[in-house]
Design a protein around this ligand. Structure first.
Ligand SMILES: [Zn+2]
Length: 291
């Protein structure tokens, strides 16, 4: 008889020096920022509904709440760095149950209107990030949950699914509405809607999938749909003074040389490196077999 696997536990990491909590399901990161500049917390890349109670727990431990109308401690907003399903899947229940304001990159609106083409990554592009996937155990349940939400929200080659109208569309250079310390940077390449959020006072970059990390090193995403846009975005981000990189996938990277030591988007893994990473991804589960 095959051993049954127990459900992998989420990983909650506090980063008190920058006022951020990471709520990850291993490879999939969601971030709670405890003060967006006006005392209100906000959440970035709520990728799955099961992260919602975890966000509520993290907030309540700090005396904040998902919805408490008019209170400074109420969750101020939810922001997605782009519209891939693993970054937006938890937004519909957050919106339905708590009425939280949602802000999304404007390129998603253009895709929905048909004025911008839908350019999803192919298998070859996705295979470039196998080393990133192999750098942490695989949470199969999280992947299943994301696949389930993809039918209700997010964009793919088939279209744009958005079950509600966002409160605002984010453009390059904007500051997050009501969260004045955070600046929006348009950083396409991985996808046409890829967006970063930068907090100059603490030199913190929430990079979404524009920059990932593997084995303690930042990596300008080698999975991209547009090499020219990736090159432009990489040059722009390398010029930023970043000390804390909070990537969409992979562990947080901290230090004064985060950007200078980052791997380039053109640093593509060899076929051998991809094959050994695939082997590791398949055998390294976050859930441990029951004994
Ligand atoms: Zn993505």
């Amino acid at each position: 008889m095959r051993a049954k696997r127990s459900a992998p536990a989420p990983v909650i990491t506090e980063l008190p020096e920058i006022g951020v909590t990471v709520i990850s399901r291993w490879l999939y990161n969601c971030y709670v920022i405890h003060d967006g500049g006006n005392g209100q917390p906000f959440v970035v890349d709520l990728g799955m509904p099961s992260q919602l109670p975890l966000v509520a727990d993290v907030l309540s431990r700090r005396g904040s709440h998902l919805s408490e109308l008019g209170a400074a401690s109420e969750l101020g907003a939810a922001v997605a760095t782009h519209g891939h399903a693993d970054h937006v899947g938890g937004l519909p229940p957050l919106r339905d149950q708590h009425g939280t304001a949602v802000h999304l990159p404007i390129a998603i609106a253009e895709m929905r209107a048909g004025t911008r083409a839908l350019r999803p990554p192919g298998i070859r592009e996705v295979s470039q990030i196998l080393p990133v996937m192999a750098s942490q155990p695989r949470d199969l349940e999280a992947s299943r949950e994301i696949a389930g939400t993809a039918t209700s929200i997010g964009w793919s080659g088939k279209g744009v699914r958005l079950p509600f109208e966002p409160d605002s569309w984010l453009s390059d250079g904007d500051h997050l509405p009501g969260l004045p310390d955070w600046q929006v940077l348009n950083t396409p390449g991985h996808s046409d809607d890829s967006t970063c959020l930068f907090h100059a006072p603490t030199r913190t970059l929430l990079s979404g999938d524009a920059v990932l990390s593997a084995h303690g090193r930042a990596w300008f995403n080698p999975e991209f749909v547009d090499p020219e846009l990736s090159a432009t975005s990489e040059a722009r981000l390398r010029a930023l003074d970043v000390e804390h990189l909070l990537p969409g996938h992979g562990l947080v990277v901290t230090g004064p040389r985060v950007m200078t030591e980052a791997r380039a988007h053109t640093d593509q893994p060899s076929i051998g490196a991809k094959a050994s990473a695939l082997w590791q991804v398949l055998r390294n589960h976050a859930g441990r077999p029951e004994t």
